[in-house]
Design a binder for this molecule. Structure first.
Ligand code: PHB
Length: 376
């Protein structure tokens, strides 16, 4: 995708954009937007559908030891909320805005490569419909996801910080009424489960599974039974079964490269960092990166000043590491680790008790979950 006027070459939308453009079902993606993300999308002119269809939530629930406890985010954070709106819907809105603006956007490109980003004449090469294309630009925004081509182009210059978790998430999208109006994060001896939603009639559910598990091992029956057990359904909650529209297994990983910027190449979103989905931070971090980058580019084009561009990586990484910490913490608190001892299990439960009984601990969770302010 390119923007001719400002001469910024974007390599992006990756897998999600491709699947949407082709009407295919891609990997299942998360859907919790922080208030700052919502505000940014509205200000950018892509918030209309989000405001109509997004589900605003003021709290989340934690379930453990057979009981559920509400974290009242709204009260604990002085009025903050999150909005549930699928990441694929955000990408659809961005693609539509781009097409409505009659701006260039290429899907199904092949042989993409980036060149000369350490000079004043960076180039993006690719093929589209078999024809070779070359884009000359001032800057390249590498927004092409974890499996894209931008980060590998500079990997020798980068420091990599990584942790893979000994489990994955099996996620389903089902046509059924969500068991609760708010998200439920479950700590259970059989493993973590999460009850989320997309609309009042579509649920989004996740189960902790082995990292190398196969979807073929999970019949619809087995999935519903496992979800029901981990939710303690049958008490005051009912888990309504319905047709499963989509299922997939996602590995869990924390990953950061530093710096996020080399020469005229700026990495943003999953191209530079991955968080495990437990903290619901992935898309929020990507939007925050792009917000920092767009301001830095605007300043450069208005005044020629490069200070904000030079500070891009350090500015983004402050937020990234806060989100990495929070996502690691939520993941560690809620999952069963294969090498955990009974001692470790007791510590997890003690921490969960602390979170629900201490206003300070609950506030810490609520603050990080609902979103870091944009000035850090
Ligand atoms: C989702 O709705 O897909 C979702 C919600 C919260 C998470 C992860 C995924 O932490």
């Amino acid at each position: 995708m390119i923007n001719n006027e400002l001469r910024i070459g974007f390599v992006g939308f990756g897998e999600a954009g491709y699947h949407i453009a082709k009407g295919l079902r891609g990997r299942i993606r998360a859907g919790v937007l922080e208030q700052g993300t919502v505000n940014t999308l509205i200000k950018s002119g892509v918030g209309e559908r989000l405001q109509q269809q997004g589900l605003v939530h003021h709290g989340i629930e934690l379930s453990f030891s057979g009981r559920r406890h509400r974290i009242n985010m709204h009260e604990l954070t002085g009025g903050r909320a999150i909005t549930v709106y699928g990441q694929t819907e955000v990408v659809k809105d961005l693609i539509k805005a781009r097409l409505d603006a009659n701006a260039a956007l290429y899907f199904e490109v092949t042989d993409t490569s980036i060149h000369d980003f350490e000079t004043h004449d960076p180039r993006i090469l690719f093929r589209h419909n078999g024809q070779p294309h070359e884009i000359h630009c001032h800057f390249i925004a590498g927004c092409d996801g974890f499996h894209g081509i931008c980060r590998p182009a500079i990997i020798g210059r980068l420091q990599v910080f990584e942790r893979t978790y000994p489990f994955g998430w099996l996620g389903i999208l089902a046509e059924s009424t969500p068991p609760s109006e708010e998200l439920i994060y479950c700590h259970h001896e059989r493993g973590f489960a999460l009850f989320s939603m997309r609309t009042p009639n579509i649920t989004r559910l996740y189960i902790q599974c082995a990292p190398d598990d196969h979807i073929a091992n999970w019949s619809d029956n087995r999935i519903w039974e496992e979800l029901s057990t981990r939710l303690h359904a049958g008490g005051d909650l009912e888990l309504k079964e319905g047709p499963i529209l989509q299922k997939g297994i996602t590995p869990m990983r924390s990953f950061v490269v530093e710096p996020m910027h080399w020469g005229k190449l700026f990495l943003a979103g999953d191209a530079a960092h991955i968080v495990p989905p437990t903290g619901a931070k992935g898309m929020n971090l990507a939007v925050a990166d792009v917000r920092v980058l767009s301001r830095a580019l605007a300043t450069y084009y208005q005044s020629g000043q490069t200070e904000l561009l030079d500070a891009y990586s350090a500015t983004c990484l402050r937020r990234v590491w806060r989100a990495e910490y929070f996502s690691w913490w939520m993941t560690s608190l809620l999952h069963q680790f294969p090498d955990a001892t009974p001692f470790h299990e007791k510590l997890q439960l003690a921490e969960l008790e602390y979170v629900i009984h201490s206003r300070a601990a609950a506030t810490a969770l609520a603050e990080s979950y609902s979103g870091l302010p944009f000035d850090i």
